[in-house]
Design a protein around this ligand. Structure first.
Ligand SMILES: *Cc1c(COP(=O)(O)O)cnc(C)c1O
Ligand SMILES: [Zn+2]
Length: 430
């Protein structure tokens, strides 16, 4: 028995059957799944006894039958980061690490697991998406495993690692001359005419629900409590409002109580329509033309921007936009303090958290969760030029010893504290 009832308009609350429809025909509002929460009797023990993947919360996910994919997606580490916390001067800091999500190393494996399962239930034999890179990787991988046809649409200027991360699964890749917003417009037209399952267009209501699982897991991994502050990246605006929705639902079904965390939106200064709107007091973001190294979150016209703004305001949170330089510094800081290698989207989120602490918006003595959503191996070029070259030696032990003695002497003679502490020290932290 499923508690999933169908779809409902987020704005006017009109009910719709659970099909591949995504906008309300009365008010053009977005549709979202509706559940009978009173029919959900889920205990902490039950959840804990299930396999460690995103389907452990399946009563709160919009599928009718059994999951078809994603059996290793989700339940990524929540890492307590004491070394990073010390550098930032905060007491309790966690990274929710979706950079190691399975199988394609980003948060997108959550949303695609749900959308692909629903696509099969609804009888689609083509899985498709409009993507800034990570979504295409995930759709291509899940389609490969399910054995269904796949077409991914991307802007034609993506990083080599993002392109390869789709190509290896051998989907049809359509690289469009334009930015993500152009790609999305084209895909909306294709979805109107062809019966294809576009995970983030006509299957968007199902897709978005997969993102709630990131919030569910944070609460469970903290020992069934809310953090005080949570920082999330924002691109199209799927993730942040669904984290908040998921956090509310856990309380609704009695798995946690207390006050929701304050939730903050992180964007790159080169593409910050949502943060701009938050600061200007607007309800809807004004579209911008993206120009940032954080390509996976470079969406100038976010489909769910309104919902992001509502969620942030409802929790008493805020937002911060950070420069490309701050993003790269944060990528390096996270790597050198915690051994986690993220892409610019993760750098953006950490840099925004640092900025919010610096401004006093996030107090230093309260718990903070920073959502790291993608993996740095896909975007090596953004840091490659800044990193130390290897020490090149011959095979001789004597050469090794000479090098080691010289290095020691050099360090002792040097006044440069950064040389004495060879770990990255350039980030100035509040
Ligand atoms: C897609 C993506 C996001 C967030 O996107 P939303 O559209 O706002 O859900 C964040 N980080 C990475 C790495 C992504 O690929
Ligand atoms: Zn409506």
């Amino acid at each position: 028995m499923s508690a999933f009832l169908g779809l409902q308009c987020h704005l006017c609350k009109t009910f719709f059957a659970a099909e591949a429809t995504y906008v309300c025909d009365r008010c053009l509002g977005p549709l979202e799944p509706l559940y009978d929460y009173s029919a959900i009797a889920l205990t902490r023990e039950q959840v804990a006894s299930r396999p460690k993947n995103l389907w452990r919360y399946r009563e709160l996910l919009p599928i009718a039958g059994e999951p078809r994919t994603g059996f290793n997606s989700g339940f990524t580490p929540l890492v307590r980061c004491d070394r990073l916390a010390a550098r930032l001067g905060v007491d309790e800091l966690y990274i929710k690490d979706d950079s190691v999500n399975h199988p394609t190393l980003s948060y997108k494996d959550r949303v695609v697991s749900v959308a692909a399962t629903r696509a099969i239930e609804l009888g689609f034999d083509m899985l498709a998406c409009a993507s800034t890179g990570n979504l295409a990787n995930s759709v291509a991988a899940h389609a490969a495993r399910l054995g269904i046809d796949c077409c991914v649409f991307i802007p034609d200027n993506l990083e080599a690692g993002k392109l390869l991360g789709s190509a290896i699964f051998n989907p049809t890749i359509l690289a469009i001359a334009g930015n993500y917003d152009d790609v999305n417009r084209l895909c909306t037209q294709v979805a109107d005419r062809y019966r294809w399952g576009f995970v983030n267009i006509n299957l968007r209501a199902y897709y978005a629900e997969g993102a709630k699982t990131l919030g569910f897991e944070i609460v469970e991994q903290l020992g069934w409590r809310y953090p005080k502050h949570l920082v999330s990246p924002v691109a199209g605006g799927t993730l942040l409002p669904r984290i908040v929705r998921g956090l509310r639902e856990l309380r609704e079904v009695g798995l946690v109580d207390g006050q929701l965390p304050k939730v903050y939106a992180a964007q790159a200064a080169g593409c910050s329509p949502v943060v701009n709107a938050l600061e200007a007091g607007l309800e809807h973001p004004e579209p911008v033309r993206p120009n940032t190294i954080a390509k996976s979150i470079a969406i100038g016209n976010p489909a769910d921007g309104y919902q992001v703004i509502q969620s942030v305001r409802a929790t008493g949170g805020g937002g911060a936009a950070v420069s490309d330089e701050q993003i790269v510094d944060a990528i390096r800081l996270l790597a050198e303090t915690e051994g986690i290698f993220t892409e610019p989207a993760g750098g953006t989120t950490l840099a925004a958290a640092i900025e919010l602490v610096r401004r006093g918006a996030i107090p230093r003595d309260e718990s903070i969760v920073v959502c790291v959503t993608g993996n740095g191996y896909k975007t090596a070029e953004v840091v490659a030029k800044q990193l130390n070259d290897p020490v090149r030696l011959t095979r001789s032990f004597k050469d090794f010893e000479t090098w080691w003695r010289e290095r020691d002497a050099r360090l002792k003679a040097s006044e440069d504290v950064r040389l004495k502490a060879p770990r990255y020290g350039a980030v100035s932290v509040p």
